[in-house]
Design a protein around this ligand. Structure first.
Ligand code: ZN
Length: 201
């Protein structure tokens, strides 16, 4: 089945993704598919749990364009060394049309692996630092609006309620599986890619 972007309040968006220990052709093709979805929906980043995969991986390209910049596929990302502060508007492909001001460290260090198992270890600053922090948040089950102040959040409440209503109605018609089925699917992915004892990279 092709991957598709899930919307808030799908429970996989609240799942804390475990590190990937196995990389195979299927995982690589899913990462490429994530990049295609990201471009299709005019995003600059997409985390694996946004396509209902409970795996510690994200893709990004700060240009948001297929033919520009350098796409990144990052496995098992970790962020540290936060420096400075910056407030800017963020949106999310899992809550399309909803935007808010989010304060984050201006600069961070990103560590992880690419699909070939090469180390990634880079200090990022500005927009790319924001994108990467947003994506790593996803992998920890955190949405951008969780980091907004009360006042900004109040402006979004109506929008978020609409997403809740829409999700409930899709569950009602069966176009989204029930929670138990979704949890079972997540467990299967975790067994396949996070359950082994082999470390990658
Ligand atoms: Zn997002």
């Amino acid at each position: 089945m092709p991957l598709s972007i899930i919307h808030f309040p799908h429970p996989t968006l609240r799942h804390v993704s475990r590190p990937i220990v196995r990389v195979d052709a299927k995982l690589k093709s899913m990462a490429e598919e994530m990049l295609e979805l990201m471009y299709e929906f005019d995003g600059v980043g997409l985390a694996a749990n946004q396509v209902d995969l409970p795996l510690r991986m994200f893709v990004c390209n700060p240009t948001g364009k297929r033919d520009e910049g350098e796409p990144w596929i990052v496995l098992n990302p970790e962020i540290d060394r936060p420096k400075g502060n910056d407030t800017a508007q963020e949106g999310c492909l899992s809550v399309p049309g909803v935007y808010g001001q989010v304060k984050r460290p201006k600069s961070v260090r990103l560590r992880g692996f690419d699909l070939q198992g090469n180390d990634i270890n880079q200090v990022l600053d500005g927009f790319i630092a924001r994108v990467v922090q947003h994506e790593v948040d996803h992998l920890d089950g955190i949405m951008f609006f969780d980091r907004m102040g009360e006042e900004g959040l109040r402006d979004l409440e109506g929008h978020l309620d609409e997403f809740q209503t829409d999700y409930a109605s899709k569950q009602g018609t069966g176009s989204i599986a029930d929670e138990a089925t979704l949890a079972k699917q997540r467990a299967e992915w975790e067994t396949m890619y996070t359950g082994g004892t082999t470390t990658h990279g």
